[in-house]
Design a protein around this ligand. Structure first.
Ligand code: ARG
Length: 460
């Protein structure tokens, strides 16, 4: 079953079949066939341009590679799992199809620079897809924020009711986080976009190659400037996986809130039937499985990051086979993030907001206590003294089972002569929210400014 290896010349015995399976990566690196073939086409073109191979051979190679790409795309050609990896598969298929010209392709190249360039191109393609998914999600969150820009809800710290906010404001916090995630991906893309092709095994080559020509053909901004670094570095994978882990952390926090808000205890939102599931035994249940799964899958994306950091930490320069282990972790992070973003956006788009319940919750819990203290401050009292008096008033309310809004005027006057009838207006939830006009605050006008900022960024 093990076909003769390309490197068989030096060996007296064939590779043990278990060792062969263990060594092989084609079952997962076949994902990069498009990038591998594109890289090979650019390489053949450069070799011909520099007179390293003939133009005739180049034409035959390029034709052959285009045929392989077409046949893989259409399904007419299947991957040969007995090949060690995608690079060997493409080269041996090419040689099968075009004969000797195919054997010239690997001149001035090694699988070490080949895999380094393939992974970069694959990651570039996938990162751009992830960016698009992120943009869709941010747009959907922002649309929900606009619809709910004036809906009042308790804002929490320590999961205790803290101050009234608008639900639009709360949602826009996630838009901002995810917008930064897009920025992180952009940064990593810019840093990664240098071609290692031509670094060869580790030391460069004696052939008169043109690395910059290949780099340009493949859409890179330039070339890596140290051949050892070019084939040994995987920090670009680490950066992306860290950015993806951060995306998941944000989605996971949001998921946690959605799960909480969907509970009977909160009843702030209701997810659409099409994004919830029932129970096999409890007929009343409507579970937020999608959000729970996103929260759960965050763990594996963190795990993948940790795996690759650990994988790289002890490796001497330059290439080591350990590095073949980068791909499954990377691919899993990519697929997981894409899946989660793809489910999250429609889940948010179809989420129903229960504004009455949010308002009711905001009426309890003394979330206007800060505003009552600020009222006294405006009448001339130092904040620390006002804070103390309001604390005593809250305690009195708890004892009398009432709230600040319906505590009688006499009770207020007993605490301070500065209180007047206007206090009730001043501590209404609407006033508390509409007065928070500081930039980035919770007022409707501030939320509107945030919305137009985010939409402007999305259009860039
Ligand atoms: N499949 C290998 C990987 O993914 C390709 C590079 C192999 N290079 C080598 N010298 N064995 O890392």
């Amino acid at each position: 079953m093990t076909m003769e290896k390309m490197w068989a010349g030096r060996f007296a015995k064939a590779l043990d079949s278990k060792a062969d399976d263990f060594n092989s990566s084609i079952r997962f690196d076949c994902k990069m066939y498009k990038q591998d073939i594109k890289g090979s086409i650019a390489h053949a073109q450069m070799l011909a341009a520099r007179g390293i191979i003939s133009v005739e051979d180049k034409d035959v190679i390029v034709d052959g590679l285009c045929g392989i790409l077409e046949d893989l795309d259409s399904g007419a050609l299947e991957f040969d799992m007995s090949c060690e990896d995608i690079h060997m598969f493409v080269e041996s298929e090419l040689t099968k199809r075009v004969g000797d010209a195919g054997k010239r392709l690997h001149t001035a190249r090694s699988r070490n620079d080949q895999v380094a360039v393939d992974v970069r191109m694959y990651l570039r393609d996938e990162a751009n897809k992830i960016k698009e998914l992120l943009k869709t999600l941010v747009a959907d969150i922002t649309d929900q924020a606009e619809k709910n820009k004036a809906v009042i809800v308790p804002g929490y710290t320590h999961l205790q009711r803290a101050q009234p906010i608008t639900f639009g404001h709360h949602l826009m916090a996630y838009s901002m986080m995810l917008l930064r995630d897009i920025g992180r991906i952009d940064d990593a893309l810019a840093r990664m976009n240098y071609s290692p092709l031509g670094s060869c095994a580790l030391a460069g080559t004696t052939y008169d190659t043109d690395r910059r020509m290949e780099a340009q053909d493949l859409g890179f901004d330039g070339i890596t400037l140290n051949s050892i670094d070019g084939v040994s570095d995987r920090d670009f994978c680490i950066e992306f996986m860290s950015a993806f882990a951060t995306v998941m952390m944000h989605l996971s926090r949001f998921s946690e809130e959605i799960i909480l808000w969907s509970s009977w205890e909160f009843k702030f939102v209701e997810l659409d039937d099409s994004f919830t599931t029932g129970s096999s035994i409890m007929p009343q249940k409507k579970n937020s499985d999608m959000a729970e799964l996103v929260r759960g899958k965050t763990g594996r994306v963190y795990g993948n990051l940790m795996a690759i950091l650990t994988l790289m930490k002890g490796l001497p320069l330059a290439y080591n086979k350990d590095m073949q282990e980068d791909k499954e972790a990377l691919f899993d992070s990519i697929e997981t993030v894409k899946m989660c973003l793809d489910i999250f956006a429609p889940m948010i788009r179809t989420m129903r907001v229960k504004a009455e319940n949010m308002y009711k919750a905001a009426q309890e819990g003394f979330i206007n206590a800060t505003d009552l203290a600020d009222y006294l401050v405006r009448k001339g009292m130092p904040f620390r003294s006002a804070y103390k008096i309001v604390g005593q008033i809250v305690a009195e309310c708890i004892e009398k089972k009432c709230v600040l809004d319906n505590l009688p005027m006499e009770a207020y006057l007993a605490r301070s002569e500065l209180f007047e009838d206007d206090l009730y207006d001043e501590i209404s939830l609407e006033t508390c929210v509409s007065k928070r006009i500081s930039e980035g605050g919770t007022s409707v006008s501030s939320v509107e400014a945030q919305i137009s900022y985010v939409r402007g960024e999305l259009e860039k």
